[in-house]
Design a protein. Sequence first.
Length: 157
Amino acid sequence: MIVKTKKKVSKEEALLKLSSLCAAAEYCESDLRKKMQKWDMPEGAEDEVIQQLVKEHFLDEERYARAFVREKFKFNRWGRIKISLELKRKGIGNFVIEDALEEIPDGDNLETIKTLLSNKKKITKGKNDYDIRCKLIRFALSRGFSMDEIDKVIDSI
């Protein structure tokens, strides 16, 4: 049986490692805390490191949320609902999430749904049109789009 021991990391080392990570990409507080939990750090050092990262503008929840929304919408083609749920899971506040979701223009949102459903329809098999329509709706809902948005697009496909 292999027992993993936590690597002993000082507050200064943690600050250096995390600041270089944050300089390369956006991180949220919960992601950084997960990283620090793997390290054997002195009591209370995690909070001090987080405070220092915020003070030095390496860590900014609003900036992270906006970047997360843009990335997940553009590359993963997630809808507002799925993005919102994932940000809540990461401990981001509701007001920050609402502001970040404004990064998605309504026109782009509907166009993304239309493209997703058009591509999905080509490979979806069903007994009849109703069956295919239900599968497409479930697919779009699983991607985090609202039923209102789906209704606007589904008939044009």
